[in-house]
Design a protein around this ligand. Structure first.
Ligand code: GLU
Length: 395
């Protein structure tokens, strides 16, 4: 019966981040002492004032469908947040609140892409961009980057990748999986290229914006010449540790926001009402309220950098944001450990799960077969134990 599935579906793979984490969960349930560093999921509890807002929403009776794009009060709050944190001016009709960043991305892709349209994606990229583009039967065009440029693209590479078929450019800053952060100047030089191609839309995934350690995050929509080409994507999962609440949102040109509303109206009706009420209080709060989590992530980042230096065959550059490291592990390929030859990063990730009982994600999921993603969104103790195990396994 498998061939009864749509070609669209047969053309894509399972999310490797979620697949690895479910494998880790299964092994854990069977009694194995697995440390899961595969998923980008903060170990914190959401702040108390957010939990209180959700409880209050239940008591006050927010049990019904909301407007498709989200409560007006939430969209107004998001506009204020965009202005306060990013200097961006959006009006409530330009905001669409969705069931997580993933739905926001899919709404945008379904709104814009026709079969064979080209979508430029710098690699390493977040695992689902590529698969979602294929789900829309469009063509991902990959710009590879390396550790030497901190995994960032040069404007020349961008211009070379543009063709008549280019519809969209998708990237994240801070980046999942590399943790690299584009500076104001770097974004400005990319904006200068986009300005020459006003039909190209930029989807800027800024879900890690607060998790930035060295410099302040910049939104590419800040450049007035291209503001109308940009969709700014954000959500509550990472900054407020609310992964399961599923709240994402975009600020976009009106015509795109309207089409996302149209799609969402047919697919989910609206995002969860209680989570939306909680999101209002989260986004009204000062970013100072979540600073303790960012400081903790920074400590963990520094710890991971120190410990990874000691691991045989791992080369690493310093990530400036998010909560991942993405070492190049290609020195290990072809080498034998415990009687087994490591052929590639898929192999290494499987081997580490089996022997060290540490779950990571192979770089191939992110379009870089030489990398391995390790999330440090877990507790310090677990990180220390996991990296010690990896070091011993690869001695
Ligand atoms: N975005 C997180 C990650 O990359 C969560 C899992 C997912 O949705 O891919 O690990």
């Amino acid at each position: 019966m498998k061939n009864r599935l749509s070609h669209r579906l047969q053309n894509i793979s399972y999310s490797q981040t979620l697949a690895m984490s479910s494998k880790a969960r299964e092994l854990k349930n069977k009694g194995y002492d697995i440390i899961n560093l595969s998923l980008g999921e903060p170990n914190f509890y959401p702040p108390d004032f957010v939990l209180d807002a959700a409880k209050k929403a239940i008591d006050e009776g927010y049990h019904y469908y909301t407007p498709v794009s989200g409560y007006l009060e939430l969209r107004e709050t998001i506009c204020k947040k965009f202005f306060r944190d990013n200097g961006l001016k959006y009006l409530p009709y330009q905001i669409v609140v969705s069931t997580g960043g993933k739905q926001s991305i899919m709404n945008v892709l379904l709104s814009l892409l026709n079969r064979n349209d080209e979508v430029i994606i710098p690699a390493p990229y977040w695992v689902s961009y590529y698969q979602m583009v294929k789900l829309c039967e469009a063509s991902p065009v990959i710009i590879p980057t390396t550790m030497e440029t901190n995994f960032k693209i040069h404007p020349k590479q961008l211009e070379e990748a543009i063709t008549h078929q280019t519809k969209l450019f998708i990237f994240s800053t801070p980046c999942n999986p590399t943790g690299s952060v584009y500076s104001y100047e770097e974004l400005k030089s990319l904006a200068e290229i986009f300005k020459k191609y006003p039909k190209i839309i930029i989807l800027s995934d800024e879900i890690y914006e607060h998790i930035c350690y060295e410099e302040k995050h910049t939104s590419i929509a800040i450049f007035p010449d291209i503001h109308n080409q940009v969709i700014t994507l954000n959500g509550l999962s990472k900054a407020f540790s609310m992964t399961g609440w599923r709240i994402g949102y975009i600020g976009a040109p009106e015509w795109i926001a309207k089409s996302c509303d149209k799609i969402q109206g047919q697919i989910t009706s609206c995002a969860n009402s209680i989570a939306q009420r909680a999101a209002i209080s989260a986004l009204q709060a000062s970013p100072m309220e979540i600073e303790y989590m960012i400081n903790e992530f920074k400590k963990r980042r520094d710890l991971v950098l120190e410990m990874i230096k000691e691991i045989n065959g791992f080369q690493i550059s310093k990530p400036h944001g998010a909560f991942y490291v993405f070492p190049n592990v290609s020195d290990l390929f072809g080498k034998k450990f415990d009687g087994r030859v490591i052929q590639n990063s898929d192999d290494l990730s499987d081997f580490l799960l089996e022997k060290a009982q540490v779950a990571t994600v192979s770089g191939s999921a992110f379009g870089d077969k030489d990398g391995l993603r390790i999330s440090y969104a877990s507790t310090e103790n677990k990180i220390i134990e996991a990296l010690t195990r990896i070091k011993k396994t690869l001695m």
